[in-house]
Design a protein around this ligand. Structure first.
Ligand code: PLP
Length: 388
């Protein structure tokens, strides 16, 4: 009966009706003048979101396609790379690099702990022959709700020539990331997160320094060949048939983001993070990420309380209260659950989700006084309204 669901997973995120209406437009020729104009406008606007002067290429793929592109266009077999891993997606970067045949120096961090820039500094300092070609990291590690400090990681790299390659799939347009100012070389993002459109598009930007590295790259690529993307974007088109409806939706969603303004979005995301974290603490639940500074403004990971099964909690949330949250992934499956607060989320969606969480936990025998989490959320909302 309800077409509407409070969907608070870290993507696919909810879609604004304005974007849905735009995507319902009749098919358009992907080589037409009209569509080229759309590509031109969207690509220009993507630069504003990425805070870069370099081109941002639109790939028809999920985010992992852009991750793959960010490896196969720059890394050769036997190249040495550092991969910072604080969750499932860092692990994916390590796997893609291994598949290419790179020698991966993998730095693992405990779930809920940010990547330590000092470790990067130490390893690069020992690399006197400058053999390390790149440092890979997630800006926002979605599986654990960590926001890594990209600026500090770049600073720790000093004058080492390695590229800084960042997966910002769930970080872009959520937390500030001035790509050029912070000196990231390759940055990827994905459509189904803060861009508020369905899965199927990914975005990637490449610095001049990274293009020089690309000239020496021999790894196999075809569909994800960024030289083809560059050549075609110069003509306001794409090498292959793009997901036209998604790009039309993207044009609308970027308009929405730019109308709201990046600064306002970042502030809103901090409010959402605070609402959820305060509610969780008030309910006596435990957060996975202890250090506020590194807690993601996109998603909050919460430990599943003892004696409660995530499966039962999730069943109640979905079937009785129409709220969908996300479970844990890989070794965190059943141990944590996650509340996504990214994309087309209104503050009152979070109040509803916290109310649902309280009721579901209450029904499962968890000792929560109804209203405690909701009250904490309300207090944060009011605090921000006074500030503004
Ligand atoms: C940080 C991060 N990287 C990579 C991915 C993979 O993207 P996709 O599932 O769109 O391939 C995700 C998806 O959740 C993500 O959050």
């Amino acid at each position: 009966m309800y077409e509407k669901q409070i969907l608070l997973i870290p993507g696919p995120t909810m879609i604004p009706p304005r974007v849905l209406r735009a995507m319902a437009a009749p098919s358009m020729g992907h080589r037409s003048e009209k569509f080229s104009q759309i590509i031109k406008e969207v690509s220009e606007n993507l630069k504003k979101i990425f805070q870069t002067k370099n081109d941002v290429y639109i790939l028809t793929s999920s985010g992992s396609g852009a991750m793959e592109a960010s490896v196969v266009n720059f890394i050769n077999p036997q190249d040495k790379v550092i991969v910072l891993v604080n969750g499932k997606f860092g692990d994916r970067y390590a796997k893609i690099n291994e598949r290419v045949g790179a020698e991966v120096i993998r730095l693992d961090f405990e779930p809920g702990v940010p990547a330590d820039p000092e470790k990067v500094r130490e390893i690069l300092a020992q690399d006197t022959n400058k053999e390390i070609k790149a440092v890979f990291v997630q800006q926002n590690e979605t599986s654990t709700g960590i926001l890594n400090d990209i600026k500090a990681i770049k600073e720790a790299m000093g004058d080492h020539p390695a590229l800084l390659i960042v997966d910002s799939i769930s970080g872009m347009a959520v937390a500030d990331f001035p790509v050029d100012e912070w000196g990231a070389d390759v940055v990827v993002a994905g459509s189904q997160k803060a861009f508020m459109i369905p899965p199927g598009l990914a975005f990637i930007t490449v610095s001049e320094k990274a293009w020089k590295v690309n000239e020496q790259c021999r790894s196999f690529n075809f569909y994800f060949d960024l030289r083809a993307a560059k050549k075609n974007l110069a003509k306001n088109t794409t090498p292959y048939t793009p997901a036209t409806s998604l790009i039309i939706g993207l044009k609308e969603s970027i308009d929405i983001l730019l109308e709201e303004g990046l600064e306002n979005i970042f502030r809103k995301q901090l409010k959402y993070k605070e609402m959820v974290r305060e509610a969780v603490k008030a309910m006596g639940l435990e957060l996975l990420v202890q250090d506020e500074k590194y807690a993601s403004p996109a998603i909050t990971a919460i430990k599943v309380p003892e004696n409660i099964a995530w499966k039962d909690l999730n069943n109640l949330l979905v079937n009785e209260f129409n709220v969908m949250l996300a479970g844990g992934q890989d070794e965190l499956k059943g141990k944590i659950f996650r509340i996504g607060h990214i994309g087309y989320v209104h503050e009152m969606d979070l109040v509803v989700a916290i109310a649902a969480l309280e009721m579901a936990l209450y029904k499962l025998g968890y000792p929560v006084e109804l209203g405690t989490g909701v009250k904490a959320c309300q207090e944060v909302i009011l605090k921000y309204k006074e500030v503004n």
